[in-house]
Each structure stands twice: as structure tokens, then as C-alpha cells.
Write a protein of this length. Structure first.
Lengths: 471, 52
């Protein structure tokens, strides 16, 4: 069997399985073979559900033969971040302390994927507890498939790698402050952070209750639109999930941007931290959307300049709270990076933390106010393509390391603070052959607009299915 | 402060934790320039019935 189906769209794979031109078993075997061939170097997976996935695939093929009613993802192998509870499959959250934890239930998003017919192929690698700055990855150092000497982004790290490298059909990620969008950008795939409340958080091991979201990572926008429809919707187990009907996002993908008002965020384009190639690619993307019929203008959002540190103070404090018991009873079970990050955040005075939350409200109001004039906000997903792994600070972080880290977070974190949806789509490559990501954001529950704009851009400018050369 | 927060800070961790806390205090000093008085410090969660 050729490797070609490994990169087919979820829709095409489901169609082939339904029409019996490809079996689910053949597809699972193909991905397992590719994981065996490439993942020893890439480290996308923490756990591969080989036997269980093949058993589920046999059942899926039998259902096709019987003529059963089939879900939209019937027989399609999908992998999930190891932050999602999975019944009978160990769930580590990237933590040594959870290396043997086997949940007894699925997270709601996982359960909905299964109900739509998806097969769980495995669990994907992430930094410890989802905290960037992990120095010794408990389950192997992930590598970027476009250049294995480079970073693959975080914290939905394994998702970005596995989708780009054709090690699964699609993946389920989690985004607190950019954890889906950043690896999507670094690996040249599509990643969606939904509106907070659009997808149930039940069964996600929390990093921060008011920021965590579940979303898809795929090779095309249309695939993400399909997966979003499957996982979104109210859930009694998550009291903050929205009681709103879930639209058919894919129905809005008409390939044009006519009438869409696009605001290019000046502070991120003018930033001295922005790589010149990324600036050029982002400006070119705005021009493409304009040619497709969008009205493109510049918008100034000055609070983006402080949003990185505000986000870090809130997210790190949340993580420190979530993992307090383990931090106190077994501090050495944590890698020094996440442990020190949580320790520092736990020492911030309450009066300061409350002022940080006040600043968050201002940032939210500034971003949401922009949607009175624009349908979509546009900026680079990350200020530069993926850095080399050996450029990352290995020992103690310095003040300058932290300020650079927060500056990077000011591209994705503000939209998390504002609880609005955002997407990263591939926007070409640097001269060194590394992917560049374009980020679009929309008003709360404006995912339909987001998908429409991203799809129009993708269909004209983005690579259809870009593939890294793997060895 | 560590004890009050239930945080045991080892001698190995102390230098970097100190750098991190000081960086937070320096970075968050930018909040002094904002008009924050009177703002209720609630997380920016959308109301579940908020429509597109």
C-alpha cells in the first residue's frame, strides 16, 4: 500500500471507508507502520493504541459491511493530546507522576469523536503539565518534521508533528494560550482554538479553568470545520459550556472573502521582535484576502504589548493551583522548568493578581471592541518560525529569556484572555524551509466567519497538503 | 512567602524562582499606566447565551 492515504483528508478517508475502496484496518495499519518508521525520531506519540485501534477498525469495517448507519468520521484514525482522559488508555498529561494513570472514562471531546466513528490511534506528546519550558521531556524530545533539529512548538506538540508527518488522519488538541495555534504554525498545519465555552472542558486535565479549550488540528480548514462540528456543543458535565446550537461550519466554506472586514493588528506587525520573513508573509496574506474581496485595514490594539506577561501571570498561577498537591508532596516529580514556573507564580501577591485580572478585562474589551469594526483580526501566529532546539535555554532562565518568552505569547495569549476563537493556517515557508503561520481571530462564537476567511485564504494561497520529507 | 503559599523552594530552585518573580514584578509594572480602578477583576468568560 502506498503512503498516499496517510495524507488524505478526513472527508476523503471516511468516504473511501464507506464505499469500501479502503478499509479502516488498512488505514490503521498504514499509520501504525508510519509511526513505527518515523516516530522513534519525532516523538509525537506517548502511547500508541496498536491492538485496540486494530480491533476498533475491524468493528468499523464490519459495520460498513452490515450497512449500519455511519458517523461522519467512521473508521478514521485520530489521535488525542495526552491531556484528555481516555478510558482504558493511559493519560500522562506529559507528567512523570502520571506515567501509569489509566482513566475510567473519556473526556467529552474524545467521546464525541468516538461517537462520530473515529478510532483512537494513540495519545500525543506534550510538555509536562502543558507548561512550556520543560527541559527534559518525560516521554522523549519531540522534533519538528520539517527539520528535526528544530522545535515543534507547544503544548499540543505531538498533534502538530503527527498531523504534519502523516502519523494520523487528524488530532484533538488543547489550547490555553496558544497551545494549538503555536504548534500548528511551527508544523505547517491548521489549528483551531474555539470560543471558550464552545467545546466541553470535561475530562481535560486542567491547566487553567478559565482559559483551557479543546480544538482540532488538521491538514486543511475543511477538516477542522468538520471536527469542530463533532466536538462542539453543550455538555451537562461542563457548566460553562454554551447552550447554543452548533452550526454546520463546513457549509460556509465558499472559497471567497467578499464582504469580510479584516483588521491587521499594527502592534504585532510593527513589533521589533517580528522576523522579517514572517512580516513579509503576513502582509502578503492580507493582500491575498483583499484580492479575494475582503476589506483590509489596519487596527491598533495597544494592550497587546502587555498581554504576554498578563497571560503568563494568570496561566502560571492557575497551573500552580491545579498542581498544588503534587508540588507540595512530590516536588521532585516535576521537571525543574515547570516546577520553577509554578513556584514563581504562586508567590505573586494577591493584590497584584487582582490587578492582573483587571488588566485582562481591559484587554478583552479592547479586542472585542475591535469586532465592532472588523469581522476578523489578522496577525502572525508566532513572531518567527520554529527555533533550533539547541537555541532554547537549558538551565536557569534569565530575565531576558522570560521577556522574550512573554513577547512570543503576546501573539496568541490575548485572544485566549478575550475568550474569542482563533485559527492558525499555513502561510508559506521561510527561506530555511520552515512553516510560517497566519492567525485569524473572530468575535465570540464567530467560528463560522473564522472558517470562511481561513478557507478562502487557504484555497488561494496556502499549500493544499504540504508534506515534510521524513527519513 | 513560600511557606505562606505552601511552596517548598529548594536551594537549587531559589535563584531561578527569584529571577522569575522579579521579572514578573518588572513586567507587570506596566499595569501602573492603566486605568484599572473600578474594574471588577473577573475572568473574561463569555456568558453561555452570548450570541455571535
Amino acid at each position: 500500500m502506498s503512503d498516499e492515504p496517510a495524507f488524505a483528508t478526513v472527508q476523503d478517508l471516511a468516504k473511501h471507508i464507506r464505499e469500501r475502496t479502503l478499509s479502516s484496518v488498512e488505514l490503521v495499519q498504514l499509520y501504525l507502520e508510519r509511526i513505527g518508521r518515523f516516530d522513534g525520531r519525532l516523538h509525537a506519540y506517548v502511547t500508541v493504541c496498536g491492538d485496540a485501534a486494530l480491533t476498533e477498525a475491524r468493528s468499523a469495517d464490519a459495520a460498513v459491511k452490515r450497512g449500519d448507519r455511519l458517523g461522519p468520521l467512521h473508521g478514521v484514525p485520530i489521535a488525542a493530546k495526552d491531556q484528555f482522559l481516555t478510558k482504558g488508555v493511559r493519560t500522562t498529561n506529559g507528567m512523570r507522576a502520571l506515567a501509569d494513570f489509566v482513566p475510567t472514562e473519556d473526556a467529552t471531546a474524545v467521546a464525541r469523536l468516538r461517537a462520530a466513528g473515529a478510532i483512537l490511534l494513540g495519545k500525543l506528546n506534550m510538555p509536562e503539565a502543558g507548561l512550556l519550558g520543560t527541559r527534559a521531556w518525560p516521554f522523549g524530545q519531540p522534533r519538528n518534521p520539517w527539520n528535526t533539529e528544530n522545535d515543534a512548538g507547544a503544548s499540543s506538540t505531538g498533534q502538530g508533528i503527527a498531523v504534519a508527518a502523516g502519523l494520523c488522519a487528524a488530532a484533538l488538541g488543547e489550547d490555553t494560550g496558544g497551545s494549538i495555534r503555536n504548534p500548528a504554525s511551527y508544523n505547517g498545519v491548521v489549528g483551531v482554538r474555539p470560543t471558550w465555552g464552545r467545546v466541553s472542558r470535561h475530562g481535560i486535565i486542567p491547566l487553567n479553568w478559565s482559559l483551557d479549550t479543546a480544538g482540532p488540528m488538521t491538514r486543511t480548514v475543511a477538516e477542522s470545520a468538520l471536527l469542530m462540528r463533532v466536538i462542539a456543543g453543550h455538555d451537562l458535565a461542563d457548566p460553562f459550556s454554551a447552550r447554543l446550537l452548533v452550526p454546520d461550519y463546513a457549509a460556509a466554506l465558499d472559497g471567497n472573502a467578499k464582504g469580510i472586514r479584516v483588521g491587521v493588528i499594527r502592534e504585532l506587525i510593527d513589533s521589533t521582535f517580528l522576523d522579517a520573513e514572517v512580516r513579509e508573509a503576513t502582509n502578503a496574506a492580507a493582500t491575498v484576502l483583499s484580492r479575494l474581496g475582503a476589506t483590509v485595514d489596519e487596527v491598533s490594539l495597544p494592550l497587546f504589548r502587555i498581554a504576554g506577561v498578563v497571560f503568563a501571570a494568570i496561566a502560571d498561577s492557575g497551573a500552580a493551583l491545579e498542581h498544588r498537591h503534587l508540588r507540595v508532596t512530590a516536588p521532585d516529580s516535576f521537571d525543574s522548568g515547570p516546577r520553577r514556573r509554578m513556584l514563581a507564580a504562586s508567590l505573586l501577591p494577591n493584590a497584584l493578581s487582582l490587578r492582573v485580572e483587571q488588566a485582562r478585562v481591559l484587554i478583552r474589551d479592547e479586542i472585542r471592541g475591535a469586532f465592532e469594526h472588523f469581522d476578523v483580526l489578522l496577525c502572525p501566529t508566532a513572531p518567527a518560525p520554529a527555533a533550533r532546539l539547541d537555541a532554547a535555554p537549558k538551565l536557569s532562565w534569565t530575565r531576558d529569556d522570560l521577556f522574550r518568552f512573554w513577547e512570543r505569547g503576546s501573539h496568541t495569549g490575548p485572544f485566549s484572555l478575550a475568550a474569542v476563537p482563533a485559527i492558525s493556517v499555513p502561510n508559506g515557508f521561510s527561506d530555511a524551509g520552515l512553516p510560517i503561520g497566519l492567525q485569524l481571530a473572530a468575535r465570540p462564537f464567530g467560528e463560522t466567519m473564522l472558517f470562511r476567511a481561513a478557507h478562502a485564504f487557504e484555497s488561494t494561497a496556502g499549500p493544499k497538503v504540504a508534506r515534510p520529507t521524513l527519513v | 512567602m513560600g511557606r505562606a503559599a505552601g511552596a517548598a523552594i529548594s536551594a537549587d530552585d531559589l535563584p531561578e524562582v527569584t529571577v522569575r518573580v522579579n521579572a514578573f514584578l518588572e513586567g507587570l509594572a506596566a499595569l501602573d499606566a492603566l486605568q484599572l480602578d473600578g474594574i471588577a477583576p473577573v475572568p473574561a468568560a463569555p456568558h453561555p447565551t452570548e450570541l455571535p
